[in-house]
Design a binder for this molecule. Structure first.
Ligand code: ATP
Ligand code: MG
Length: 611
């Protein structure tokens, strides 16, 4: 197929998908906690966040644990606090072999680029469970719960009155976004009623909407930070990821996301893991494992206490942190070692850090802080690295959102590591993603531009020109020497792209004299990405196959002359790639396949020719 570069750039924000929606609901399936929030078009600022009844503290909480209970055929039974409660009962009734309890599936499925396709995850008792469907079930549950809430309120609606926003870390890859989109659609949400939103970005929108009379202390700075032209970092610290974007206020009161999102796996749950690792060193891994297997309710209780204590420690805390140890843990320890845990600890290397007396574990503040060290160091190093880049030197504000940013220790460490930055920690940091996502749903145009996370392009072939091309990339076809795999760029990494920007190239192919079999074959258009600004060939190390669209011939057969257009659209939260057949206006978008596995590809077949 021949191609001519048109260098056409078009901005199209005319069709606004949410313009006729009466309700926006935001769904957040987090690593640690999940929830939903919604509001009505008549009063968009009045965001209602669902309240979950929590058995753990006998009260209510705005987010439920991301826990799923499945039956023996892996079908959904319960989610959140209900799943925890049900499973505790099941364990007490010694019926646990018939059920699976999966607590941290997002951690198991995510890497720092987002989700990977995995076949299996482990449940809390280390039994394997199919991973496929866990996101879908979580979204399905949250959606059903939301629709029931609307019904209870007596609100009459049609499905198309609702716009769904699914929040995702901004650092996630296109594959991860597609897995989430597919999961939401399988959970019953129509593709046209669904939009993905970046967590740090929408959290900033929420903070911008806080009325100035509600600001005090460090949050008073929010007013300064949202002044036109100011650049600020948003650091979303969740259970699984630390996700950072750099935003800039536009002159007309909107936001631009001016640096590609960055971050890594430095979430608050790493602290819980460090604590459990320490416990397993003190009492031995085998004893901890037996305790979890035999006394799961007590294990939940131990985790619950750690979660509470984790929220109180700061940089300057000196008092010991006391955790009540479950009697069952002490008994198992005695059974297995014939010693009390108190005696064992006294005679061990741990005795300067911890003390066990009358079933209470006292941990020195210093030791307790050490559970946070690696995670906080990861966050601090990363923020330093990004803010030291020349293009980020003028960022003077750091807005901290997400549950983990509520930790006094995290906040203290951020303040002491960034003395020249203004650190802002809004009151409901943990809910700012959910609340902001609802506001975003009513007005997605409040974010006007985003930095491209990668360089995107397609593979072209060209006639060999020794001044331009590398001989090693050439092949001979007939009596012509051609260069394969030239990277034809559409968007450059970190380029600021206005929402709705479309760039296209025209392609042309002649089928005259070609066989019927060739005329009926689908075309594959391979999409490539790179971490470099100007890759030359798609085979360079920095490049990878990013996805492809498969275009079947319009009306089953390619005509003599095929004229089409390959169009990339970026600036929204998802990259869109389309093939448009000029004669029939037939458009292929839906089948952009970002998770093509290991299928073979042929550079010649998947390259288009540059004219
Ligand atoms: N006050 C607090 N002090 C310390 N840690 C806290 C506090 N509140 C919440 N956390 C921690 O924050 C994490 C949960 O934050 P959040 O709800 O934003 O994450 P998530 O959305 O589940 O995760 P992610 O966004 O990474 O998928 C947990 O590790 C929790 O222990
Ligand atoms: Mg989150």
């Amino acid at each position: 197929m021949a191609a001519s570069r048109q260098a056409t750039t078009v901005h199209d924000t005319s069709t606004h998908p949410t313009s006729n929606k009466i309700i926006v609901v935001a769904i957040d399936v987090g690593t640690a906690y999940s929830g939903y929030a919604f509001s009505y078009r008549s009063r968009p600022q009045e965001v209602i966040v669902n309240n979950w009844k929590s058995h753990a503290n006998d009260g209510f909480s705005h987010k439920a644990p991301s826990s799923i209970l499945l039956n023996e055929t892996y079908n959904f039974v319960a989610f959140g606090y209900e799943a925890e409660e049900e499973f505790s009962k099941i364990v007490q009734n010694r019926n646990k072999d018939k059920f699976f309890f999966v607590k941290d599936f997002k951690t198991q499925l995510a890497n720092d680029q987002g989700l990977e396709r995995h076949l299996l995850v482990q449940d809390i008792l280390k039994r394997f469970v199919p991973a496929h469907g866990l996101f879908m079930e979580s979204i399905r549950f949250l959606r059903k719960h939301f629709l029931e809430t609307l019904n209870k309120k007596g609100f009459e609606y049609e499905e198309d009155d609702i716009h769904y926003i699914l929040t995702i870390p901004a650092i996630w890859s296109d594959v991860a976004k597609q897995i989430m989109r597919d999961s939401a659609c399988m959970a019953g949400i129509k593709p046209n009623n669904l939009e993905l939103a970046f967590e740090p970005e929408v959290a900033a929108l929420h903070c911008r909407s806080i009325p100035s009379e509600n600001l005090s202390g460090s949050t008073k700075r929010l007013e300064e930070m949202f002044k036109p032209g100011i650049k600020f970092a948003v650091l979303d610290l969740g259970g699984g990821t630390a996700d950072m974007t750099i935003e800039q206020n536009t002159l007309d009161g909107k936001l631009k996301h001016v640096h590609k999102a960055t971050g890594g796996l430095w979430g608050g749950n790493k602290v819980n893991q460090a604590f459990l690792k320490f416990i397993s060193e003190v009492i031995s891994g085998d004893i901890l494992e037996s305790f979890v297997k035999e006394n799961l309710t007590d294990f939940f209780f131990l985790n619950g206490q750690f979660e509470t204590k984790k929220r109180s420690i700061g940089k300057y805390t000196t008092e010991e942190i006391v955790i009540q140890l479950p009697a069952s843990l002490l008994e198992i320890f005695m059974e297995k070692t014939s010693k009390t845990l108190a005696q064992t600890v006294k005679g061990s290397i741990y005795n300067k850090d911890i003390d066990v007396q009358r079933g209470r574990l006292a941990i020195s503040a210093e030791k307790f802080r050490s559970f946070f060290t690696r995670t906080i160091q990861g966050i601090v190093n990363h923020v330093k690295m990004i803010l030291n880049k020349p293009e980020c030197k003028d960022v003077r504000y750091i807005l901290m959102v997400g549950g983990f940013s509520e930790s006094p220790l995290v906040e203290d460490e951020m303040r002491s590591n960034f003395p020249d930055k203004k650190i802002i920690n809004p009151v409901d940091a943990g809910l700012s993603v959910l609340k902001g996502a609802v506001l975003y749903g009513f007005n997605t145009e409040t974010v006007t531009a985003r930095a491209s996370p990668l360089t995107y392009g397609i593979s072209l072939y060209d006639s060999f020109n020794e001044k331009k091309h590398d001989f090693s990339k050439t092949v001979t076809v007939g009596d012509e020497r051609i260069v394969l795999g030239c990277f034809e760029k559409f968007f450059t990494i970190n380029e600021l792209v206005e929402v709705g920007t479309k760039r296209s190239i025209s392609v042309y192919e002649s089928y005259e004299g070609k066989s019927d079999a060739m005329r009926m074959m689908s075309k594959e258009i391979e999409i490539f990405s790179s971490h470099e600004e100007n890759p030359k060939y798609v085979t360079e190390e920095s490049c990878s196959r990013h996805g492809r669209i498969i275009v079947s011939p319009p009306n089953g057969r390619w005509p003599d002359k095929v004229r089409g257009k390959i169009e990339f659209e970026f600036g929204g939260t998802e990259l869109m790639v389309r093939y448009i057949d000029k004669a029939t206006q037939y458009v292929v978008t839906g089948s952009v396949d970002f998770h093509q596995g290991d299928n073979q590809f042929d550079l010649l077949r998947s390259s288009v020719q540059k004219q």
